[in-house]
Write a protein that binds this ligand. Structure first.
Ligand code: NAI
Length: 258
């Protein structure tokens, strides 16, 4: 029973995923900037906003799991109200560096699940910019290109979650020879501590309107259950995709776009 690594384990969707994985009999290694109290496994405090922070976290995971890990769920994320460097740092650079470092440790037939978002719908329109940023050899240089205006990004959160879709396909292709499946999940609004940030970022009316339309906001467990499904052998043939988990919000908006 090799452990599963969960980032963002201290709060919201990550904490719910840890609860459900524990119930399903998984051993856990949680990673978060914030210390999780009474964590049901090994907990590693780490700042995933920089490559160095992600590499330090990976080194601690290697020490805690010398025989390997069953998978990695990249759930840590920050909303668009944070400075853009933090948004791209955590949501893209940290996720990418941690995944690169830990993929060799994932057992054959293991899994990776990433958290994207419904805001990344239509991400392929932006593919050249996404490739230049998310697949850059030097992530710090890619961030500097944004800082200098050489690369223009109008919405850091949306861009970061589009990068997650690209990285999901990229790592799925890389994992294929070892049968490591890599998928992403895209929630609509979920009642977690960052929902208020989304209201500030996307507008209160839009977010509250979504809650009214759906009858409620998503709960962390609504998303965690799907993440856990993707980790199971039942989902063996699901690979390299994004799974939208938004209660029907996007379908509703798409059909009313005109
Ligand atoms: P949350 O704020 O409850 O959890 C995010 C976790 O990430 C926190 O425990 C936080 O400490 C951790 N984190 C943030 N920066 C970090 C860093 N530098 N290093 C290590 N850990 C760090 O939020 P929630 O809602 O559970 O978010 C989980 C994921 O779901 C995020 O990637 C978010 O973008 C995504 N998401 C959330 C939606 C929502 O409406 N809540 C909608 C769509 C996507």
């Amino acid at each position: 029973n090799l452990p599963m690594v969960v980032t963002g384990a201290a709060s919201g969707i990550g904490a719910a995923t840890c609860r459900l994985l524990t119930e399903a009999g998984h051993r856990l290694i949680g990673v978060d900037r914030t210390v999780a109290t009474a964590f049901p496994g090994t907990f590693i405090q780490a700042d995933l906003s920089t490559p160095d922070g992600a590499h330090a976290a990976a080194a601690q995971v290697r020490d805690a799991a010398p025989k390997g890990i069953s998978g990695l769920t990249n759930i840590a994320g920050v909303p668009g109200t944070a400075p853009w460097r933090t948004v791209l740092g955590v949501n893209v650079v940290g996720l990418r560096e941690l995944t690169r470092a830990l993929l060799p440790l994932v057992v054959e037939g293991g899994v990776v699940v990433n958290l994207s978002s419904v805001v990344a719908e239509g991400w392929q329109r932006n593919i050249d910019t996404l490739r230049r940023f998310a697949l850059a050899d030097d992530p710090e240089a890619a961030l500097d290109a944004v800082a200098s205006g050489e690369e223009t990004i109008d919405d850091s959160y949306r861009f970061s979650k589009e990068c997650v879709r690209l990285l999901t396909e990229h790592f799925a292709a890389e994992g294929l020879p070892r049968r490591i499946r890599v998928n992403s999940v895209s929630p609509g609004p979920v009642a977690t501590p960052i929902l208020d940030d989304f209201k500030r970022d996307h507008g209160v009316d839009k977010v509250e309107g979504a809650g009214e339309l759906l009858g409620r906001f998503g709960e962390s467990e609504d998303i965690a259950r799907v993440i856990v499904f993707l980790t199971r052998d039942e989902a063996e043939w699901v690979n390299g995709i994004d799974l939208r988990v938004d209660g029907g919000l996007t379908a509703y908006r798409n059909t009313r776009a005109d």
